[in-house]
Design a protein around this ligand. Structure first.
Ligand code: ATP
Ligand code: MG
Length: 338
């Protein structure tokens, strides 16, 4: 069998399961914009079908989907350059997701740490969708034959599962159809941690608003959250090794590095020796400087929800042109009469 070379194409998504956080921005959206600017064909989705794996109030879900779109655009994604749409408007995702439910093995999904974290002790009571989430995510990516997926560190395992699904499908049906997608996990803050607990990921669905910085927080709120962020009593070290075993300190320095586009070592050469009482106001100022133009633009875009909906519909039309033939070909490969 000759190996098919897939044209580079980027896909990624974010759930409208709440407001956007600084973690989503640094781990995902900032990378999305860079990839768009590199000129690679890119497709960025608001994955609303993933959001309902846990209960969402319908009105809040609609609002969060539009706000997520506003966040994408405010951060620099251009609907003329990238395809922006919400997942549920392109039914090929869910259809391919079913096929992948029949390709992925229970044992593979049982190993997914996101499910373990989100289900906790409640395994019997969570939705079936929360468990099979990664097969739908594999479909999101592979229905576009995407070759690269920019994500935060927490999604690495799901992209690896996507690769396993692609490889098993290709093997079982004797084809070279789906690409083996590469995760793209880059930058100084690929895993932004909670401001309240340096061992827990910052998440938009965390019940504590003090655990995260939202892209829509105003300057006072950002300053308050950073002032109250957990730290240890020591000052800042001059080299990265000095942050080992100090998750909260490491987190704040990494956020500063990512926002100022420097490495952790570069930041420490500037701030090493300072106390947190001095560093925290510097971090607040930087965060406000970077986030406030985006939150202002988000608020402006949210004044015209009809325009956002029109962008999503247009994006979905473009997405279907790519996804539908790939789904049809998949169904033909597996033996469905066409
Ligand atoms: P939820 O709590 O509902 O799962 P979330 O904040 O984890 O929300 P997702 O929609 O699950 O956000 O993830 C969207 C993207 O943001 C993914 O690429 C994910 O890896 C990235 N991401 C999420 N949280 C962080 C974080 N704390 N640091 C870096 N990247 C993150
Ligand atoms: Mg998440």
């Amino acid at each position: 069998m000759t190996e098919v070379v897939h044209t580079p194409r980027v896909f990624s998504g974010i759930q409208p399961s709440g407001g956007l956080t600084l973690g989503n921005y640094l781990g995902a959206i900032k990378r999305f914009v860079e990839m768009q600017e590199n000129g690679v064909e890119s497709i960025y989705c608001m994955v609303d079908l993933h959001a309902i794996t846990v209960w969402q109030d319908p009105a809040k879900l609609r609002h969060a989907t539009r706000e997520l779109c506003a966040g994408y655009i405010a951060a620099g994604l251009d609907p003329e350059k990238s395809i922006l749409f919400n997942q549920s408007q392109v039914s090929a995702h869910a259809e391919l997701g079913w096929v992948f439910n029949c390709v992925a093995r229970m044992g593979w999904l049982n190993r997914m740490t996101q499910f373990k974290d989100k289900a906790g002790k409640n395994r019997e009571k969570v939705s079936v969708g929360l468990f099979s989430y990664p097969t739908l995510m594999a479909a999101d990516i592979l229905v576009y034959h995407a070759t690269h997926v920019p994500v935060g560190e927490d999604q690495k395992q799901h992209v690896e599962l996507t690769r396993d699904i692609a490889a098993k499908f290709n093997h079982d049906y004797g084809v070279d159809f789906f690409p083996i997608t590469e995760p793209v996990i880059e930058g100084a803050a690929t895993r932004v941690m909670s401001l309240r607990d340096g061992t827990k990921k910052m998440s938009k669905s965390d019940p504590s608003d003090m655990s995260r910085i939202n892209m829509t927080d105003d300057a006072d709120t950002i300053a308050k959250k950073i002032r109250k962020a957990k730290t240890d009593p020591d000052g800042l070290p001059s080299e990265a090794e000095g942050l080992d075993g100090r998750p909260e300190a490491k987190n704040l320095v990494s956020i500063y590095a990512a926002l100022s586009e420097q490495s952790v070592d570069q930041v420490l050469s500037e701030v090493g020796g300072k106390q947190f009482s001095e560093f925290k106001p510097m971090l607040s100022e930087l965060a406000v400087e970077k986030l406030s133009p985006m939150s202002a633009e988000m608020a402006r875009l949210m004044q015209a929800p009809d325009e956002i909906d029109a962008i999503l519909r247009k994006g979905a039309d473009k997405a279907r042109v790519i996804a539908d033939p790939i789904l049809q070909k998949t169904l033909e490969i597996v033996g469905m009469v066409r």
